[in-house]
Ligand binder design. Structure first.
Ligand SMILES: [Fe+2]
Ligand SMILES: [Fe+2]
Length: 191
């Protein structure tokens, strides 16, 4: 599944928080699918999860975090804590990707990763999303939703741990996304 496909799985009128919550559910389902499958199917589900996490976190960093900083009470601290969790996750995800599902080291590391990603999603849902919803009108939230979908279409589909700040991620975004698309394309063997 490409980043564009992921961004298109939610309807055009969904607001920013609806989109992100729907993706949190998708992420949870994909964690379970990776856990319960084997062989090629497991690798396929992991690739899907990796792509969804990479575009989801990039969109949050580009579109949501600036609003958290400016509009949510104690916003800088909330945004900094979420960025730290996401940067850590990017590193673990890049390592898991390198390791591959067939490695005996994969599953214990993957289960640890699942725990921290789900805790991160809960922190967002309780400490960040309610403040964003309270500070914006329904119309503004829909506009943010459109920006999230745009960001996800441009986002890299592989984690880039070197992009530690929102600005660095933004700069890394389109170029890294292009490289990823070329890499995915070559892997899939299509012409
Ligand atoms: Fe996040
Ligand atoms: Fe999230």
């Amino acid at each position: 599944m490409s980043a564009g496909d992921i961004a298109d799985t939610v309807n055009d009128n969904a607001d920013a928080i609806d989109i992100l919550l729907a993706q949190h559910n998708q992420i949870k389902q994909l964690f379970s699918l990776v856990e319960s499958s084997e062989g090629e199917a497991q690798q396929r589900e992991f690739d899907h999860l990796r792509a969804l996490l990479a575009v989801h976190e990039t969109a949050e960093e580009e579109v949501l975090r600036p609003v958290t900083r400016s509009d949510v009470p104690n916003g800088d601290a909330v945004a900094d804590a979420r960025m730290e969790e996401e940067n850590e996750a990017k590193e673990v995800l890049a390592n898991l990707e390198k390791l591959g599902c067939s490695s005996s080291e994969f599953m214990p590391k993957f289960l640890e990763f699942k725990k921290s990603v789900l805790a991160h999603a809960e922190h967002e849902e309780h400490e960040e999303f309610p403040g964003i919803r309270a500070s914006k009108t329904p119309d503004e939230l829909k506009k943010m939703g459109k920006r999230i979908k745009m960001a996800e279409k441009m986002a890299p589909t592989h984690p880039h741990p070197s992009a530690k700040s929102t600005t660095a991620n933004y700069l890394a975004g389109p170029f890294a996304a292009m490289l990823d698309k070329v890499r995915d394309h070559m892997k899939s063997g299509k012409d």
